[in-house]
Design a protein around this ligand. Structure first.
Ligand code: HPA
Length: 264
């Protein structure tokens, strides 16, 4: 069991990273103090690592889809991104991501903090446990990461409490279903996901969350619901509509991240 004293110690030594999703270019108020291009044993991360600072508090920002959002979800080098953050000593990761809403609570334009994941992806490099595994950097010694609860409870609770403080509505709990992409889903696939218990669908939470867990980093997804999932509206899914919603939800997410950085 972790005592509250342990938790306090842990939170005192936090180094936060934000993984920016589609359309997210960073929180404008965060001043970039340094940017570095790094390489890892797994290849190059999606973008430079941007060291940012607010009120003298440092964080790191990386763009998951790279400059101009050109790297598609199935092409992302998730291992390089997570490894690079770990090398910097990052302890906590807030991963932004756009999702489609499946169940009624997940209305377009809302922010959500999922607490569970179902992984429908395939063929992605999903683990650090391979030929070149360095067991010393793995959380635990067996290589079998404990993943019953993929999102870090304390990190989620801190974000939720910040959201409450600034009066920002955030949907608490929900199952994030991760699809392979890059195409969107069929209506029947979404119906099946609904039967599986999935609330929102996106393409990037896995293997990212599992890799962060393998390296012992706390991880939470800040999901932005940008469209009703396939078959959940009478209209076809429009990229133009998504872009419009994304702009608004990204602004809300930035406000929350600012508060988290200042209070959290
Ligand atoms: N499906 C999968 N990923 C997504 C969606 C969607 O409807 N919207 C945003 N990311």
């Amino acid at each position: 069991m972790t005592s509250s004293a342990d938790m306090r110690t842990k939170r005192d030594n936090v180094i936060l990273a934000i993984i920016g999703g589609t359309g997210f270019e960073g929180v404008p108020e965060f001043a970039i103090t340094r940017q570095e291009a790094v390489d890892t044993p797994y290849g190059k991360p999606s973008s430079m690592l941007y060291h940012v600072s607010l009120h003298g508090k440092p964080s790191v920002f990386i763009s998951r889809h790279g400059a101009g959002s050109r790297i598609m979800p199935h092409q992302i080098n998730y291992r390089a991104n997570i490894f690079a953050l770990h090398e910097l000593g990052v302890t906590d990761v807030i991963a932004m991501g756009a999702v489609g809403g499946i169940t009624p609570r997940f209305t377009t334009g809302s922010l959500a903090l999922p607490n569970q994941i179902i992984d429908y992806t395939w063929g992605r490099k999903h683990t650090f446990v391979d030929d070149q595994v360095d067991f010393d950097i793995l959380e635990g010694e067996s290589g079998h990461a404990e993943f019953s609860y993929p999102y870090d409870r304390h990190l989620r609770e801190s974000i939720l409490s910040c959201a409450e403080t600034i009066g920002m509505p955030v949907i608490d709990h929900g199952v994030y279903g991760v699809t392979q992409g890059p195409r969107l889903e069929t209506a029947a696939e979404i119906d099946r996901m609904d039967r599986d218990g999935v609330d929102m669908v996106g393409m990037t939470a896995m293997p990212e969350a599992a890799l962060a867990r393998e390296l012992g980093m706390s991880y939470a997804t800040l999901a932005m619901v940008v469209n009703p999932a396939a078959g959940r509206s009478d209209e076809p899914i429009s990229m133009e509509d998504i872009r419009r919603v994304l702009e608004k939800t990204t602004n809300k997410a930035c406000q929350l991240l600012l508060a988290f950085h200042s209070i959290g």
